[in-house]
Design a protein around this ligand. Structure first.
Ligand code: S3P
Length: 174
């Protein structure tokens, strides 16, 4: 079974934190973006360019549903909350959902030009568009999460520790 799902905007450290958390708790990490690349047989950039964002979102939904049958920590892509189906799936689950929240200024510093090569939306939207998207998505992440962690000033290890404490408290209560 999945033991935690990490959500949040691009550049909030979902994959990095998920990796630390997986190592610390001796579980495997499932990265939804990697699963999409495997399923599509091409890079995310290629899926966006050749098939369009809608096709990418459909694939994301399929891969999300499949991930629920697996064991470990699930790191999602920042746009997983765009689809109503995905939001319904995430709202319905009992698996703890952790929102890694990072303010746009910090995200924009992290998402450098290099990221445009792997994250199509970074290149397409630019700083103002990304900030608008962040504002639109922020309440959606909030509404489906069980824990929000402000990551601006934390290292991935510190974020992971907070998640581990939360998960331990939760399982002690249950
Ligand atoms: C996206 C985020 C990316 C990836 C794709 C679209 C988004 O994942 O799924 O480029 O819509 O925010 P990361 O959040 O891991 O960068």
């Amino acid at each position: 079974m999945l033991t935690a799902i990490l959500i949040g905007f691009m550049g909030t450290g979902k994959t990095t934190v998920g990796n630390v958390l997986a190592i610390n708790t001796q579980q495997q990490q499932i990265d939804l973006d990697d699963e999409i690349v495997s399923a599509a047989g091409k890079s995310i950039k290629q899926v966006f360019a050749e098939d369009g964002e809608a096709a990418f979102r459909q694939l994301e939904t399929t891969v999300l549903k499949t991930a629920f049958k697996r064991n470990g920590i699930l790191s999602t892509g920042g746009g997983v909350i765009e689809s109503e189906t995905n939001r319904a799936v995430l709202e319905a689950t009992e698996i703890p959902i952790i929102f890694l929240k990072t303010l746009p200024t910090v995200i924009l510093e992290r998402l450098t030009g290099e990221d445009a090569a792997v994250r199509p939306l970074v290149g397409q939207l630019g700083p103002a568009g990304l900030t608008r998207l962040w504002k639109k998505r922020e309440p959606l992440y909030e509404s489906i999460s069980d824990l929000t962690i402000l990551t601006d000033e934390l290292t991935p290890e510190e974020v992971s520790e907070k998640i581990e404490t939360f998960l331990a408290q939760k399982s002690a209560v249950e």
